[in-house]
Design a protein around this ligand. Structure first.
Ligand code: GA4
Length: 323
């Protein structure tokens, strides 16, 4: 439920220059402290010297763009999204629409190999190899960041967060978002940001929104995008993750399907999710007399079921709020 972004990323709204940058080659204690601070203040930071190979990132981009460059009829064979698979415009099951096309995959290698046949007919084996390597590289980076957060928060079990995504039954995802619409820019303020009103059609009415305002529900998000801007993050997010009793932020963000650049925007996102049976409950260290328990505990399976019945912009943790 925190977002780390691997360079490069176009961040508007709060100027890219004010996004915290964490250099993973810094002394671990210092980096851990600054990661926690970034997660408390923003829920978002940029990571440099992360050790993810440039070649791997560009191979993954090539595979993704090869897929998005296929004729529509061929891409449709990897859809419709259930929620996994290829989708165009429709996000989730409750009517959210965005100006994008996407591919949503579970990182489980057997799922990837099964799905690869409809995604890359020319060389499904190569597609699987690149996706599996990219997913495990993202999982390693996410694990390291979560362990640093565990250390920075002073958790007795510093693996308490990372163990969710290291579990063999983890429910992690890879998402490829391709924003093709190139339109004129428009100020972010024109839109209702924290839109928890199900009757509002602001995301469906405005064709310039690529992926509407929301916070990610998983434990951690690692985002890489090409150098085309479009990501907008809210400087002060109202959503706090359940595992840290709201101490860390789950950043609200959205992507605009606009660009002053001539190329389309591609983002590649890893969502580190816990196993379906995992119990999500605040770490005892984060519950104090000054910060009493905020959320009831729930399983990831229960949470997922609830989240797919709600609109994208909902603050889903409200369902579990105590008092
Ligand atoms: C937002 C973060 C991830 O992209 C995602 C999205 C998911 C989907 O596209 O299937 C959801 C959205 C996301 C949260 C609310 C529900 C589910 C669309 C939607 C309306 C893959 C995820 O896990 O949650």
């Amino acid at each position: 439920m925190v977002v780390a972004s691997v360079e490069p990323v176009g961040v508007e709204r709060i100027r890219a220059a004010s996004v915290p940058v964490i250099d993973l080659s810094w002394r671990r204690e210092r980096a851990a402290k600054l990661i926690v601070r970034a997660c408390e203040e923003f829920g978002f930071f940029k990571v440099v010297n992360h050790g993810v190979s440039d070649d791997l990132v560009s191979s993954m981009e090539t595979e993704a763009m090869n897929f998005f460059s296929l004729p529509a009829r061929e891409k449709q064979q990897a859809g419709p999204p259930n929620p996994l698979g290829y989708g165009v415009r429709n996000i989730g099951f409750t009517g959210d629409i965005g100006d994008l096309e996407y591919l949503l995959l579970n990182t489980n290698p057997s799922f990837i190999s099964q799905k690869a046949l409809s995604i890359c007919k020319t060389n499904p084996t190569k597609f699987c190899d690149v996706v599996n390597e990219y997913a495990s590289s993202m999982r390693e980076l996410a694990t390291e960041i979560l362990e640093m957060i565990g250390e920075g928060l002073g958790l007795e079990d510093v693996h308490g967060l990372s163990k969710f995504i290291r579990d063999t039954e983890n429910d992690s995802l890879l998402r490829f978002n391709h924003y093709t619409v190139i339109q004129q820019d428009e100020p972010y303020n024109n839109h209702n940001h924290n839109n928890n009103n199900p009757s509002s059609k602001s995301t469906t009415r405005n064709s310039k929104i690529g992926f509407g305002d929301h916070s990610d529900p998983q434990i951690i998000t690692v985002l890489h995008s090409n150098d085309v801007p479009g990501l907008q993050i809210l400087a002060s997010s109202p959503d706090g993750p359940a595992l840290t009793n709201g101490r860390l932020m789950s950043v609200r963000h959205r992507a605009m399907a606009i660009s002053r650049s001539s190329s389309s925007r591609l983002s590649m996102i890893y969502f580190g999710g816990p196993p379906l049976h995992a119990q999500i409950c605040a770490f005892p260290e984060t519950v104090t007399p000054q910060a009493p328990r905020r959320y009831k505990s729930f399983t990831w399976a229960e949470f997922k079921k609830a989240m797919y019945s709600l609109r994208l912009g909902y603050n889903r943790l409200d369902l579990y709020r105590i008092g």
